[in-house]
Write a protein that binds this ligand. Structure first.
Ligand SMILES: *[C@@H]1O[C@H](CO)[C@@H](O)[C@H](O)[C@H]1NC(C)=O
Ligand SMILES: *[C@@H]1O[C@H](CO)[C@@H](O)[C@H](O)[C@H]1NC(C)=O
Ligand SMILES: *[C@@H]1O[C@H](CO)[C@@H](O)[C@H](O)[C@H]1NC(C)=O
Ligand SMILES: *[C@@H]1O[C@H](CO)[C@@H](O)[C@H](O)[C@H]1NC(C)=O
Ligand SMILES: *[C@@H]1O[C@H](CO)[C@@H](O)[C@H](O)[C@H]1NC(C)=O
Ligand SMILES: *[C@@H]1O[C@H](CO)[C@@H](O)[C@H](O)[C@H]1NC(C)=O
Ligand SMILES: *[C@@H]1O[C@H](CO)[C@@H](O)[C@H](O)[C@H]1NC(C)=O
Ligand SMILES: *[C@@H]1O[C@H](CO)[C@@H](O)[C@H](O)[C@H]1NC(C)=O
Ligand SMILES: *[C@@H]1O[C@H](CO)[C@@H](O)[C@H](O)[C@H]1NC(C)=O
Ligand SMILES: *[C@@H]1O[C@H](CO)[C@@H](O)[C@H](O)[C@H]1NC(C)=O
Length: 740
């Protein structure tokens, strides 16, 4: 074990608008159904499959045709009514009626708020349960390593730790409602172009292969899947690509080795749709279910393979057990609703959706506090851009091409939720205008520069605020070809900015967008990243724009690049101070200690924490955050670790965060907990997680730090010696462009 210093870096920089507009209901942290442990669920599953014939067991291992995207057949003889599997990660998809389009994965990750991760997942889980759906085909936990990946919007961004925390609380929130989660796409599915292959002959598609080393696998791509397993996920979807030149769904190293072996995963592995291409290799490599199942590779076909000895019956029993156990695990045997895909179970989920929509929007530029707008003074408003209003082609995923226009609530593909309704910004601003007596004009056709130009000589235009809406779309199956806005959005921004001194740009984008062509224009005084904000986009945006709610490294660090907006960046309408840093060994004897609360918050009967102690808390880091401004607002304390050189890590790695909501002058202590895994790295020599800090190290802790007595903008306190080194970076005026 290494005892070289560990560098802790605690950054307080990410501030995004959050309103005091609605009461923040405290997360209900209790499951709503009777849940079981894996041991109990497996025992019940074994008892159930004990009654089954070989044929019946095999029958469970492939999907059949039916009303859902994936259907596990019923077995009437034993009164088993089968399972329904449905998309998406962010709401009930596949075109059902009465469904909420929730903020997408990338948007919820941008809130940095675990309570919201959980409460959004609870609402999603309730809609699946309410319709009688057994499996939600999410979360999507692939890493945003490629800005153009068509599915980035479904996932939780570029950081494994942030993705892992999202995966954990998504799994918990949804499974607490009795719905099985399916973490996907296992593994290394970070691009969509060529994911299903380039045809070389009729049945000979060559898919791309992700070839990578163990360290990268463990520390980046496997991390959020591990978090899903620990959280107790009942199902995991293998991907269509190859890893080291072997298909994911027949990859013994990744399925039997990493997932079922090293991580101790007890649930089933099902294919991405048409992701498997044979019988024996996939089954012996750990695949349990073939979806959608009409290819004849598994299911009834397996009987003959067992009879001639190609596949042992014990493996079929294992598959059947893994297929049935999650059903008992999350209590689907107890009063589970019958299947009715069009049942309305939306309840008041719009409230949490609106809160998440707001909280995930990120303020990137705010010159002279142009935002929030004061509706008593800023009464004259001009709105430009097709992305402000509804699409011309209906709320269909296929409709969002540049010609259809319209605000984007989510991206496209199987992850798209066709919402029961969706509120666009233009509608919400018009309503605000009626209520607050605003003067509003708009031009939605962003190619009509004659009309656009004409507005610049309107009466009263000189004092107007100009809101310019731009968007960028992507979808499953194909990656983006560039990182620019739809329909010449850049030209629209520049044209308006040339003429309007108070131009505010609203960026409604699936993932990364290149803003460089216009962001430094002196008349662009405000930029708000509205992300993939779900059905409540319009109202959430109005909350941010007017109501004073207030409110994103590794590669950049290594190559010493200063990005335009560093990971974790986001401005606030208020300001914060940050201090009293304290480090101590974790103590979970006291039930109210941060370490103990950390564990309690994660505990469920269906968890599968490994026995290795990797998830035990080892350190507690406390600091105090104070709202020093005049507005209610929120701040995210972010904890970064710098590892010793032996670990061969980038300079800083995210290992903790907590979002706090504070009234003016209010301060609160934030406690961040580090687990053994958090302070470890993958040791390629002994193939284990090496812990870089000795927990027994008596020299740890009690470094205090008071920003009020130190006027440096970035303050550092480094304690040399055998204990961990500690660094606090503090940017009181949000002006720093740090590569943190
Ligand atoms: C079959 O299942 C239904 C619904 O789950 C239940 O109401 C019924 O009692 C069961 N019948 C038998 C014979 O177990
Ligand atoms: C992939 O190949 C690399 C290089 O041979 C090896 O180190 C790694 O363990 C392999 N990973 C998997 C999952 O097969
Ligand atoms: C498959 O992986 C398991 C677990 O790592 C290993 O025990 C087994 O030998 C592997 N089988 C093959 C055929 O490589
Ligand atoms: C969880 O994972 C471990 C392997 O890490 C395994 O030994 C254990 O049986 C699993 N089950 C439970 C209920 O934790
Ligand atoms: C076993 O049976 C299957 C299905 O009929 C067949 O495809 C396969 O070639 C057989 N394998 C052996 C080793 O006989
Ligand atoms: C908005 O402007 C009015 C009129 O100047 C002023 O009275 C009010 O305090 C302002 N509201 C806020 C929140 O600053
Ligand atoms: C609109 O005005 C811009 C300058 O603001 C000018 O460059 C452009 O040619 C005008 N377009 C039309 C169609 O008049
Ligand atoms: C915050 O506290 C300072 C000093 O006590 C006081 O002057 C100021 O009015 C307070 N601000 C608010 C918004 O309460
Ligand atoms: C910590 O120790 C290193 C090497 O001994 C030295 O270069 C560095 O300046 C020290 N840092 C502080 C803050 O004392
Ligand atoms: C913020 O801090 C930077 C660095 O000290 C300084 O250059 C800048 O003027 C400050 N901005 C404001 C608005 O105080």
């Amino acid at each position: 074990m290494l005892t070289t210093p560990l560098l802790l870096l605690c950054v307080a920089t990410c501030l995004s608008p959050t309103a005091s507009v609605t009461d923040r209901s405290k997360a209900n942290l209790q499951p709503q159904v009777k849940l079981r442990t894996w041991e109990q669920a497996i025992a019940m599953a074994k008892s159930f499959i004990g009654q089954l014939t070989l044929q019946e067991k095999c029958h469970l291992t492939a999907g059949v045709s039916g009303t859902c995207a994936g259907n596990i057949a019923s077995l009437p003889r034993v009164n088993f009514s089968g399972f329904c599997l449905l998309d998406t990660p962010s709401g009930v998809g596949d075109g059902v009626l009465y469904s909420t389009a929730f903020v997408s994965g990338i948007h919820i990750a941008g809130t940095w708020d675990r309570d919201l991760f959980y409460r959004r997942a609870v609402a999603i889980g309730k809609e699946f349960r309410g319709k009688g759906v057994h499996y939600a085909l999410g979360p999507m936990v692939n890493i945003d390593r490629n800005a153009r990946h068509g599915r980035n919007w479904e996932g939780f961004g570029s950081d494994p730790y942030l993705s892992g925390e999202n995966a954990f609380f998504y799994t918990q929130g949804v499974q607490d409602q009795g719905v099985v989660t399916t973490a996907k796409h296992y593994i290394c599915n970070e691009q969509d172009t060529h994911r299903s292959g380039v045809m070389k002959g009729a049945n000979d598609a060559v898919v791309y292969s992700a070839n990578l080393d163990d360290k990268t696998m463990h520390e980046i791509y496997l991390w959020p899947f591990a978090s899903s397993v620990v959280a107790g996920a009942g199902s995991i979807m293998c991907s269509a690509n190859e890893i080291n030149d072997t298909r994911a769904c027949q990859n013994n190293q990744t399925q039997n080795g990493l997932l079922k072996g090293e991580l101790g995963y007890m649930g089933n592995i099902l294919t991405d749709w048409m992701g498997s291409k044979s019988t024996v290799d996939p089954v012996l490599s750990g695949l349990d279910i073939d979806m959608p199942g009409n290819d004849g590779y598994m299911g009834d076909t397996l009987v003959a393979f067992v009879q001639n000895g190609s596949i042992p019956e014990s493996r079929i029993d294992d598959m059947a057990t893994r297929i049935i156990a999650p059903y008992y695990l999350v209590g689907q045997d107890q009063d589970y609703p019958t299947l009715d895909l069009d049942r309305d179970a939306m309840e008041n989920n719009y409230l949490v959706n609106r809160e998440a929509s707001r909280a995930g929007m990120i303020l990137l530029k705010n010159v002279n506090n142009i935002l929030p707008l004061n509706s008593s003074i800023n009464t004259n408003i001009y709105i430009y851009g097709q992305a402000a209003g509804q699409t011309n082609c209906g709320l269909e995923q296929t409709s969002w091409n540049a010609n259809c226009g319209g605000a984007l609530y989510q991206g496209g593909g199987s992850g798209f939720v066709r919402p029961a309704y969706a509120l666009d910004p233009l509608t919400a601003l018009m309503q605000k205008g009626r209520d607050d007596r605003l003067q509003i004009r708009y031009i939605a056709n962003q190619n009509d520069f004659i009309s656009i130009n004409r507005t610049f000589s309107d009466r009263g235009f000189q004092n107007a605020k100009c809101l310019v809406f731009i968007s960028a779309w992507s979808e499953e199956g194909i990656d983006r070809t560039d990182l620019y806005a739809f329909a010449n959005g850049e030209q629209l921004v520049l044209t308006v900015a040339q003429n309007c001194r108070q131009t505010i740009v609203l960026v409604n984008s699936v993932s990364q967008l290149n803003l460089e062509r216009w962001v430094d224009h002196p008349n662009v005084v405000g930029v708000l990243w509205t992300g993939m904000p779900g059905s409540e986009y319009g109202p959430a945006l109005v909350d941010i724009l007017f109501e004073g709610v207030f409110l994103d490294y590794r590669h950049f660090d290594k190559y010493n690049i200063t990005p335009r907006y560093y990971f974790g960046y986001g401005l606030s309408y208020t300001s914060f101070s940050f201090g009293k840093l304290e480090i101590s060994q974790a103590n979970d004897d006291d039930k109210n200690s941060p370490a103990s609360l950390y564990k309690q918050r994660r505990m469920r009967p269906y968890n599968n924490f490994s026995d290795s102690g990797l998830y035990d808390p080892v350190y507690t880091i406390k600091c105090t955050v104070k709202n020093t401004g005049n507005y209610y607002g929120s701040e995210v304390a972010q904890l970064y670790l710098g590892f010793p050189v032996q670990a061969q890590e980038p300079p800083k790695i995210l290992r903790g965060f907590e979002r706090v909501y504070l009234e003016p002058n209010e301060s609160r202590e934030v406690a961040l907990v580090l687990t053994r895994k958090d302070v470890s790295y993958w040791n390629v020599v002994n193939q284990q997680c090496a812990t870089v800090v000795e927990v027994q190290d008596a020299d740890v802790g009690v470094d205090q730090f008071d920003p009020e007595n130190d006027d440096r903008n970035a303050m550092e306190l480094i304690k040399n010696g055998s204990g961990p080194s500690v660094m606090v970076v503090y940017y009181p005026n949000n002006s720093g462009q740090q590569s943190a």
